[in-house]
Design a protein around this ligand. Structure first.
Ligand SMILES: [Zn+2]
Length: 402
């Protein structure tokens, strides 16, 4: 070790089960050293006393502009007659108009996510002709305030459709110049009734602006499968393997397993990742089948206490537990897979190059009292400490990033 380290975290229990000391300098892990005699000097030392150290959690899908966290409780409004997206969007507009300021609510949700161990966040943010760039501008400012405490990327999300909401295509393009990092889409078939039309716009912006794509796809059954095939084909044709994700893709859980497998093979071939939050009220993608096919599956909390549903704590360990709970995951290997979805797989889907508990990686990690990853998933112990680039940002489940 050529220089004095910033901090040595002593006696960390690693996910592998071995004990080691983690050396951090300049916000990065510079060494993971089992032998204390080889540690050298440091400006500070933290004794972890054998606590388990986990890589920072990756919140791969959240909506920071929608939540009621940081506001008063707003009861969920039921549909007048069965599921109807347009009616829900009306409820949302009504409730948001009366809500606490967005920067206050988004800040509260960010602090909650950090306190639960998320060190990277992908948030979708509404950008369409009904709200213009207002939500985006607010979240860009909020992101700036939290830049040293968490890494946030923003997906320009056309909640009301693109062709169905004239003016949205131009706004999405402008959104990238205004601070959005990714381009989104939503149910090209059911929202726009024009699959090729919406995908033409989304992929043209992705190509022109050189940004990744993350498309919300709730359309069920064969209608959804058809759109996954179109998305995979475009991804391959444009050489965008590894830069495209589809969120939800419920259809993969609706169709027969052989069709889900065939579609998974096409997604893997095209390098299209799938985000699932394991909703409790409907089928969702078969995680193990997708992994067997080579698809990167990652996760996120999606809506957290907003007009869409009343649940959520922005806790990715809780999400890992729910992924396993709803998927019938029981073995240690299965629980480890649930954990991968909220950590390393999220990092792959988000394209985080310097992620993980390894020399050279950003010093983003979470300390808990647990024997191993499996116990962390089922017990969801209090986050004793959360570090972002080596900086303490939460302590005993409470945000302390300043
Ligand atoms: Zn969403």
């Amino acid at each position: 070790l050529p220089q004095t380290a910033d901090t040595i975290f002593r006696q960390a229990r690693l996910p592998s089960g071995s004990q080691a000391n983690i050396v951090v300098t300049g916000g990065r892990i510079t060494a993971i050293e089992a032998d204390p005699a080889r540690l050298g000097a440091a400006k500070a030392t933290v004794d972890l006393a054998g606590a388990l150290v986990l890589p920072g959690f990756v919140e791969g899908h959240i909506h920071l502009d929608k939540c009621w966290i940081g506001d008063v409780w707003k009861p969920y409004k039921p549909y007048s007659a069965g599921f109807n997206v347009r009616e829900r969007l009306g409820f949302e507009a009504e409730l948001l108009a009366d809500a606490a300021p967005m920067d206050k609510r988004a800040s509260a949700l960010i602090e909650l996510a950090i306190s639960n161990g998320s060190t990277n966040i992908r948030s979708h943010v509404d950008v369409d002709a009904t709200v213009g760039l207002r939500h985006l501008e607010t979240l860009v400012a909020v992101r700036e305030r939290y830049r040293d405490m968490v890494t946030i990327e923003l997906v320009a999300f056309p909640q009301h459709g693109i062709l169905a909401c004239p003016g949205t295509a131009e706004l999405l393009d402008r959104a990238i110049a205004a601070g959005a990092d990714r381009i989104g889409g939503i149910d090209p078939a059911s929202m726009d009734r024009d699959v090729e039309g919406q995908l033409d716009i989304v992929f043209a912006i992705a190509e022109r602006r050189d940004v990744d794509v993350d498309i919300h796809l709730h359309d069920p059954g064969l209608l959804g499968i058809f759109q996954l095939e179109q998305i995979a084909a475009r991804t391959s044709a444009l050489g965008m393997q590894g830069k495209v994700a589809v969120s939800h893709a419920y259809c993969l859980g609706d169709v027969a397993l052989d069709m889900a497998r065939r579609t998974a093979a096409a997604l893997a071939e095209a390098g299209v990742a799938i985000m699932t939050n394991a909703p409790g009220s409907r089928p969702f993608p078969p995680i193990k089948e997708l992994r067997a096919a080579g698809v990167v599956v990652f996760s996120g909390n999606d809506n957290v206490r907003d007009s869409w549903w009343p649940y959520g704590e922005a806790d990715m360990l809780q999400r890992a537990m729910l992924l396993g709970y709803c998927s019938g995951f029981f073995t240690d290997e299965d629980l480890s897979l649930a954990f991968e979805l909220v950590t390393s797989n999220g990092a792959r889907a988000l394209g985080l190059a310097d992620y993980g508990l390894a020399p050279g990686a950003r010093a983003d990690f979470v300390v808990v009292d647990a024997e191993h990853v499996q116990e962390a998933v089922v017990a969801r112990p209090v986050r004793k400490a959360v570090y972002k680039s080596g900086r303490l940002v939460a302590h005993n489940g409470v945000y302390c990033g300043g």
